[in-house]
Design a protein around this ligand. Structure first.
Ligand code: NAP
Length: 301
């Protein structure tokens, strides 16, 4: 079997086209575009690239973005004050803090200062809790992008054995919860999992987000499985790879995402989707329904 390669660049571009149209409709209706504020603390090169890409993506679809840069040594209270200003700013519909933050910052406190109504990264406790009990307003962008790819390929989730390798707060855990909401049977593996292969071999759908190149080898994958590689690793020679032995696993899988060009482009597109959805909600004066019980909206617009 040779896997179909899922083209994340094409799917992400399709979503951006839809975003552009939605922004045009918002501007025609209200005269103002959606607004996203991006906060960067420090000058880590990878974070600089991610922030630049997000700002560019906003410009590409007509979202107004503003960027706030703080030196690594900045007093965290100054950043908290800025977030509180942005929470009150009616022209801003989404606020994101580029992670990681310097060690002097209490990440949880910073993330929870962002208003749940503007938390387009989906990291606020309200949104995280929504993943558990339903009613999520902003699905976290990377797992949301993975769901969109699966939806685009018309890969059913209901009743499927899905194994998620990686249990971080930003990828693995929300991914597992979102898959559960779509009625998959989900196993979560992490660095302390004994005999990883014993789990991965059972997966109809395998989602890997560990940050370990070549963690998943062909013998760990069931013939015909769908393999989604979230990992991004830079090798010593500068090459960018995922967590999956792409060439070997592609011989066994039915679908596989490449790195680069798979999940990565989706993450930024889903940030745009969340920002536009937030603007719609604010302009229609529809505050977050605090008691809403619903499934994570796989196709939320
Ligand atoms: P993270 O916070 O470092 O978490 C890594 C997770 O993988 C942890 O749960 C860890 O287990 C687990 N893990 C590590 N080594 C393992 C092993 N040998 N076997 C099984 N599990 C193992 O990383 P993250 O932020 O979730 O990111 C994961 C990867 O996805 C990274 O490569 C990152 O660059 C990439 N990423 C990509 C996108 C995108 O848009 N494509 C977005 C975000 C992240 P413990 O919990 O036991 O430590």
């Amino acid at each position: 079997m040779t896997a179909k390669i899922i083209d994340g660049i094409a799917v992400a571009a399709e979503i951006r086209r839809e975003c552009r149209e939605r922004v045009q409709r918002i501007v025609a209706r209200s005269g103002t575009p959606p607004g996203l504020a991006v906060i960067l603390v420090g000058s880590e090169p990878a974070s600089q690239v991610y922030v630049r890409n997000k700002i560019r993506a906003c410009a590409d679809v007509g979202i107004r973005s503003c960027r706030f840069d703080f030196a690594r040594e900045t007093d965290p209270e100054i950043v908290i004050d800025k977030i509180e200003d942005l929470n009150r700013d009616a022209s801003i519909h989404g606020i994101l803090i580029q992670l990681p933050l310097p060690p002097s910052f209490d990440i949880a406190r910073i993330l929870h200062t962002i208003s749940a109504d503007k938390d387009v990264d989906g990291f606020h406790l309200y949104n995280v809790g929504g993943l558990v009990v339903g009613g999520t307003v902003f699905p976290p962008c990377t797992p949301y992008g993975v769901l969109k790819l699966l939806e685009h390929e018309q890969i059913p989730l209901e009743g499927k054995n899905v194994v998620v390798v990686g249990a971080s707060n930003i990828v693995g855990k929300p991914m597992a919860l979102m898959l559960m909401q779509h009625e998959a049977t989900v196993s979560i593996c992490h660095a302390k999992t004994r005999d990883l292969a014993q789990f991965t071999i059972l997966a109809d759908i395998l989602v890997v987000a560990a940050g370990r190149p070549n963690l998943i080898l062909p013998q760990m994958v069931r013939t015909g499985a769908v393999v989604i590689d979230v990992g991004i690793n830079r090798l010593a020679d500068g090459k960018l790879v995922g967590d999956v032995d792409f060439d070997g696993v592609a011989e066994k899988a039915s679908y596989i995402t490449p790195v680069p060009g798979g999940v990565g482009p989706m993450t930024v597109s889903m940030l745009l989707v969340n920002t536009i959805a937030s603007c719609d909600r604010w302009q229609q004066r529809a505050p977050i329904p605090r008691s809403m019980i619903a499934r994570t909206p796989i196709a939320a617009k």
